[in-house]
Structures are given as C-alpha cells and as structure tokens.
Design a protein around this ligand. Structure first.
Ligand code: MN
Length: 440
C-alpha cells in the first residue's frame, strides 16, 4: 500500500477516500480526511526508511545500561520486523561498547542495515569501521552556541573537520551519514553551506537534528524545504520530544521530503526522549496510508522487550503501546465498542499486536456486565444488571484513596530503584576512597 490516488479535482472529504484497513469496510459510514488528495503532501518521499536510535540515543536515557545479550535480542527483533537501519551504538565510548557493536555486526541481519555513531574524529570513525558496520553516522554541532562554547572552534573549522571525517569514512567503503547537532537553532545559510560541503565530500545523507526539541512543525517544514531545494542527497531527521512534538515534527519533516526519520522504541532517549518508533510507523501506515514494510503486529512485542531491558516503565496512557491505549471503562464507550469497535478506537488493536481491554470501575455501564455474562452463557434481567453495575461503582468509589496513594508512592520508589544509577551517597563514598579524604 502506498499513498492511494484520489480524484484530483475532489477537494471535498468524501466517504470513498478511506483506508481499507482503518475503516474495516465501513467506508460508507466514516469520513477519512487524512487521505484527501487536497491534503496529500506533495514532497513526501516514495521510499521511507526507518532509522532506529534505541540502542544509541535510547540507551542514553538516564540510568539505562544494556547488556550485549539485550542489545542482540532487541536488534534481532528489529531485523525480523523490518526496521531499515539500526544504530548499534558509539564504539569510541568504551571498549565494552565496541564489543557490543562488533557482536551485532557479526549477527549478519537480513533486513536491517547496521550503523554506528562517531564524532567527526578519525579515531571514532576507525572504531566504527573496525566493528564492520554497514553505515557510519559522524556528527558535529552546527549552532553558533555549540560551536563557541562546546567545540571552541570557528564555523570554518567545523566545515573542515566535517569534510575530513566524511572523506576519511568514505575511503573505507561505508555509507556515510553526516549528522549536525542542534540544527534547528543553527543559522540556515551556514547549515546549508556545511551540508553542501558534506555532500561534495561524499556524504550519502545528512541528518537534521532538533536536539533539544525546540522547533515546531512549521519550523521543521521551513528548514527541510530550504535544504531539499539546495541539496540532492537524501535527508534524515532526528527529533526530540521536549515539547511533546517529536512525532509531529518527524512527520512534518517527512511531508517536506525527509526519507529517513529517526525513531526510538517507546520514545526512549535523552531527557523527554525521541520520536517513538510505534507512533511514527503507525501514523505513516494509518494516517498517511503509507506502507512502511514493517510488521506492525509485532510492535508491541518490541515495545515490551525494550521496556524490560531498559527498566523504564511506560506511561499508562502512552499512545499505541501504553497499558490504556486500547482499554475502555466509560459505559458509553464500552457500549459503542461492543456494537462496533471503531466507534471508540482509531485502529483495531490487533494491528499492533494488542488486545482490547475493558476496565471495571466508576464509569462502568450495564453493557459490559451483560457482555461478560453472555460470554459465560448467562442472561440476567435489566434490574439485576443495574444492581451489579451499582456494586462495581460503589466498590470503585469507596476504595481508600489514602491506601492507593501509599501504593503509588511505593511503586514510584521501586521504579527509581530499578532504574539504577548512582546515589549521591554512593558517589561521595567512591570519592572518599579514591582521594583518601573525608567529605562532610
Ligand atoms: Mn539525540
């Protein structure tokens, strides 16, 4: 399935403009504005490749440490479900990281290309090459703030460094991605000059990063549209979620011509995380009618495997993979869903490997009670159903809130412990031992 063709003159959202899977044969009853010809993004690429950052940026989530075995299991599953590019890690960080990346390269994936990250430093790039990866992503900052305070270089020195690194990597026959950090707070003329130099040096793609999630979708469109007109190599985008816009910004980039969006499973990553794989993929599949080639039915399996390895629990209401994403409690909603699932669901949960759940609580109505009884072959008169509903409501409303608050606090503390990382006390104990001093 690619973007379907609609009547070009038709700017009215008509019933026929619907996604076959999404509307489950109810095209006559539902309007799908998403696939109107009028709103079709003109510059959206025909071939989109998902570049997943879970094992690199994702692992930089505070407190997260992945074992070789965990990285291999996650990468294998990504390969199986059809993720196009996997960033395996940053070999120059540590000897242990180099071993992990090497082990992943030895797996020999069938669907995924393996990539490793490097600063624009020859030694870092050599470390990637030694691991025998397919692609290298070499990065340097592009905003004047980073250039002045972090790199302590001039703009021209940054260009020289980038060109040298790209040429060096290209000599080794790998696909070279040139990444700029903080691209969305960089001078666009300078950014364009830097990317043009990268393109001339042989870079295969450039990666625009919204490193601190500072752009809104219109800004991403503005930057990407400018770059698309000035460059001929494919564009990639790396969006952070500091304002909750990572998915929206990634899609805005794709609408303007980005063909290689970055994602992280469950939206993991530094601070508020990166664009979640499951959201970007499902938005492409459902809202744009674009076939990513990814086996979406196993997205939940990938989410759970990753959550277990990261020890970072998902928000209950996280889109697509959160506990509540396909749960219903309110009587009106349950009644609707039981009559036809699409009344209160955007997609069937099976599409992402989920099942629907009904929650019994304060907002429960008679329909779910009747449904559950009928499943067991029991029919009950209306007044009995209402009596059961009232008892469910009473039970929900009279539970001790104090007790529940205590349970939540305990759970939050347990999560902090599971997350790992070092306590202040543990840190100062190490300092005392190493320096032989007593810290007050
Ligand atoms: Mn990042």
């Amino acid at each position: 399935m690619t973007i379907r063709n609609f009547n070009k003159d038709n700017t009215e959202p008509l019933h026929c403009n619907s996604h076959e899977v999404n509307l489950m044969g109810e095209e006559e009853l539902l309007v799908n504005y998403n696939l109107m010809e009028y709103l079709k993004p003109e510059n959206m690429p025909d071939d989109i490749k998902i570049w997943d950052e879970t094992l690199r940026d994702g692992e930089q989530t505070p407190g997260v440490v992945l074992s070789v075995d965990e990285k291999i299991r996650i990468a294998r599953l990504m390969d199986e479900i059809g993720i196009h590019i996997i960033d395996a890690g940053f070999p120059a960080v540590a000897e242990s990281e180099r071993k992990v990346v090497k082990a992943l390269a030895e797996e020999g994936f069938s669907n995924s290309r393996l990539l490793a990250s490097a600063r624009t430093v020859r030694g870092d790039i050599e470390a990637c090459i030694e691991c025998d990866v397919d692609e290298v992503a070499t990065f340097i900052a592009a905003s004047d703030l980073h250039i002045k305070y972090k790199l302590k270089m001039s703009r021209d020195e940054v260009i020289e460094r980038a060109v040298d690194s790209i040429e060096f990597a290209k000599e080794h026959g790998v696909t070279v991605n040139f990444v700029t950090e903080d691209s969305t707070r960089s001078d666009l003329n300078y950014l364009t000059r830097l990317y043009k130099a990268a393109e001339e040096a042989g870079a295969d793609r450039v990666v625009i990063s919204d490193t601190v999630g500072f752009a809104r979708p219109a800004v991403i469109k503005y930057i990407i549209s400018h770059l698309r007109k000035n460059l001929s190599i494919p564009l990639s985008i790396h969006c952070h979620n500091d304002f909750g816009l990572a998915t929206a910004n990634t899609l805005a980039g794709i609408e303007e011509g980005v063909s290689v969006p970055h994602t992280c499973v469950n939206g993991y990553g530094e601070r508020a995380g990166n664009a979640p794989l499951e959201e970007v993929v499902m938005a492409l599949e459902i809202l744009y009618g674009y076939d990513t080639g990814i086996e979406t039915e196993r997205i939940y399996e990938l989410s759970k495997l990753t959550e277990e390895a990261f020890l970072v629990p998902l928000a209950i209401h996280k889109p697509i993979v959160g506990e509540n994403a396909f749960s219903h409690e309110a009587g009106i909603h349950v009644h609707g869903v039981l009559a036809h699932a699409l009344t209160y669901e955007p997609i069937p949960p099976e599409m992402v490997g989920r099942t629907r759940a009904f929650f019994l609580g304060k907002h429960t109505g008679a329909a779910i009670v009747d449904h559950k009884l009928r499943e067991k072959g029991i029919t009950a008169p209306k007044e009995k159903l209402i009596e059961i509903v009232n008892r469910i409501k009473f039970s929900a409303e009279t539970r001790s809130k104090e007790e529940l608050k205590k349970t939540l606090k305990e759970a939050q503390n347990a999560i902090k412990r599971a997350r790992g990382g070092m306590t202040e006390e543990e840190f100062w104990k190490i300092v005392e031992e190493v320096l032989g001093v007593k810290i007050e």
